[in-house]
Structures are given as structure tokens and as C-alpha cells.
Ligand binder design. Structure first.
Ligand code: NAD
Length: 290
């Protein structure tokens, strides 16, 4: 079997085009554009690239974007004061704080400071709690993008078995909650798991979110599985690697995401969708997920 490629770039582009139409319609009805604020702290080159991409996406769709580039030395209180300002800004629907922050920052406190209804990254304890209780609100972007990819394939995944490798607050944990919500049986592996290979071999859906190239050899893939590679590792020449041995995995999987061009663009478009969902709620417009 040779897998079909789950093309995140193409799918995200189609969703952006639909969002563009919705923003244009809102503007015609006299509403202000949705607004996204992105806070970048310090000069991490990869973060700067991500923030630039997010701004480009906003421009394409017609979302107002505001960028705050703050010095790495900014203290916690000052950073929190910027969040308070954005929480109070009536033109801002979503606030994203690009990680990593500086070592002296308490990232959990920063996320907690964002109003849950402006937490378009879906990282706030309130939003994660709502997802855990099967009442999703603003959902974490990467797992949301992955669910949209699974929906795109169109095969019935309720009752199937997913293995997620990685259990971080931003990816692995909310991913397991999303899949549980969708009626999937979920197994999660992490750095203390001793039988990851065995768990991977049983998976109808295998999701790796670790950041270690080659962590998942191709022969771990169950024949006909869907393989979602969230991992991104930047090589010496700035080229990107996923966690999965792509060429070998492709020969066993039914569907597989490439890196780059798989989950990354879907994460970005989920951020836009969350910003629009937040804006719809702030403006009193009904919102139907795309
Ligand atoms: P993280 O470092 O916070 O979490 C990594 C997780 O992997 C942890 O739960 C850890 O227990 C687990 N782990 C580490 N070694 C392991 C091993 N040998 N076997 C099994 N589990 C192991 O990272 P994160 O923020 O969750 O990101 C994970 C990867 O996904 C990174 O490469 C990151 O760049 C990438 N990422 C991609 C996107 C995207 O849009 N494609 C979005 C977010 C993160």
C-alpha cells in the first residue's frame, strides 16, 4: 500500500478562502473585522517566522492583526499588563503569546491572564477544562487542525483506536481529549512509556507529537493506518523534519501527513477559525464551525 498524502497546505487554503468570504459578509453587514493580537517576546528566529506567517494569514482573510514585539528582558508584571490592555481592547478578539518566553517568565500565569474568551490558542485552563467535560469552547489549535484533517479523509473513525505519542499541555493532552470526544479509543505514550512500539503498532490513527526525527520507524505503522506527524525539528540548513520515517511509513499507511506542509498549516488556520469564533461571540453573530 502507498499512502495518500494529507496535504495540509491545500486544505488550510480552502478553509482560509471560506473564512475570507465570512469576514467579507460580516463587513457588508457593518461589523468591524475580527482582531488578533500576537505578542512576541525576544528574538527567537523560528518564533519570528511563525508570527510573520500568522500576520500574513490574517491579511489574506481580512482579520485585523496587531503585533507586539517585546524585549526579552521584559518583566512578568509588565508582560501581564500588556495582556490586561489587550483583554480590555474592544477591537481585539484573540490574544496569542508566542512561546517560548524568556526563562524568567511564568508561562502558565501568562496564559491564565488571558481572558478565556480571547484565548484563541485554546491553552487556558478554562478552555482545556471545557474540552475535558465534552463542552468544547475555544479549542487548542493543533489538535483542532488534526481533527479537521481526519474529518477531511471522510472515513468513520468513531470506535477506532488512536495512539498519541507525546503528552504535552499544548498538543498531546488536548489531542487525546479531542479524540475521546470524537468516540475514539485513545492510548497516550510519553517519555516514561516503556512499550511505545507495541502501542503504535495497534493504532488505526497514529499521531506523533514529540520533536525527535526518526522516533517512529516506518515498520511500526499498522497497514492501512492514518499517520499524523505533528513533530517539527529544524535541521542545520533550516529544513524541517517530522518524527516519523516518512518514506517507509508511506508504504504501510493509507494516509500520511508530510512535514512540512501537513499539520503546520492546519494549526495556523485553526487559529484563524478560533479568532473568528471569538469575534462572532463578542459581536453577537451566530457562528457555525466550518
Ligand atoms: P513538548 O516538548 O512540550 O512535549 C513533548 C512530549 O513528548 C512530552 O509529553 C514528552 O513526554 C514526550 N516524549 C519525549 N520523548 C519521548 C519519547 N522518546 N517517546 C515518547 N514520548 C516522548 O513539545 P510540544 O509542544 O508538544 O511539541 C511536540 C512537537 O510538535 C515539537 O516538535 C513541536 O515543534 C511540534 N509542534 C508542531 C506543531 C505544528 O503545528 N505542526 C504545533 C505544535 C508543536
Amino acid at each position: 500500500m502507498t499512502a495518500q498524502i494529507l496535504d495540509g497546505n491545500a486544505l488550510a487554503k480552502r478553509i482560509r478562502q471560506r473564512l475570507q468570504g465570512v469576514v467579507a459578509e460580516w463587513k457588508n453587514q457593518g461589523f468591524r473585522p475580527p482582531g488578533l493580537a500576537v505578542i512576541l517576546v525576544g528574538d527567537d528566529p523560528a518564533s519570528a517566522v511563525y508570527v510573520k506567517g500568522k500576520r500574513r494569514d490574517c491579511e489574506e482573510v481580512g482579520v485585523y492583526s496587531k503585533a507586539l514585539h517585546l524585549d526579552a528582558a521584559i518583566d512578568q508584571a509588565e508582560l501581564e499588563a500588556h495582556i490586561d490592555d489587550l483583554n480590555a481592547d474592544p477591537n481585539i478578539d484573540g490574544i496569542l503569546v508566542q512561546s517560548p518566553l524568556s526563562p524568567h517568565h511564568d508561562e502558565d500565569r501568562i496564559i491564565d491572564r488571558i481572558l478565556p474568551n480571547k484565548d484563541v490558542d485554546g491553552f487556558h485552563a478554562y478552555n482545556i477544562g471545557c474540552l475535558a467535560l465534552r463542552r468544547p469552547t475555544l479549542r487548542s489549535c493543533t489538535p483542532m487542525g488534526v481533527m479537521q484533517m481526519l474529518d477531511h479523509i471522510g472515513t468513520q473513525y468513531k470506535g477506532s483506536h488512536a495512539t498519541i505519542i507525546g503528552a504535552s499541555n499544548h498538543v498531546g493532552r488536548p489531542m487525546s481529549l479531542e479524540l475521546l470526544l470524537a468516540g475514539v479509543t485513545v492510548t497516550t505514550a510519553h517519555k516514561f512509556t516503556t512499550n511505545t512500539e507495541e502501542m503504535a503498532r495497534q493504532a488505526d490513527i497514529l499521531i506523533s507529537a514529540v520533536g525527535k526525527p526518526g522516533l517512529v520507524p516506518g515498520d511500526w505503522i499498522k497497514e492501512g493506518a492514518t499517520v499524523i506527524d505533528v513533530g517539527i525539528t529544524r535541521g542545520d540548513n533550516n529544513n524541517l523534519f517530522g518524527d516519523v520515517e516518512f518514506e517507509a511509513a508511506k508504504e504501510r499507511a493509507a494516509w500520511i501527513t508530510p512535514v512540512p506542509g501537513g499539520v503546520g498549516p492546519m494549526t495556523r488556520v485553526a487559529l484563524l477559525q478560533n479568532t473568528m469564533q471569538a469575534a462572532a461571540s463578542h459581536l453577537g453573530i451566530s457562528w457555525k464551525a466550518l
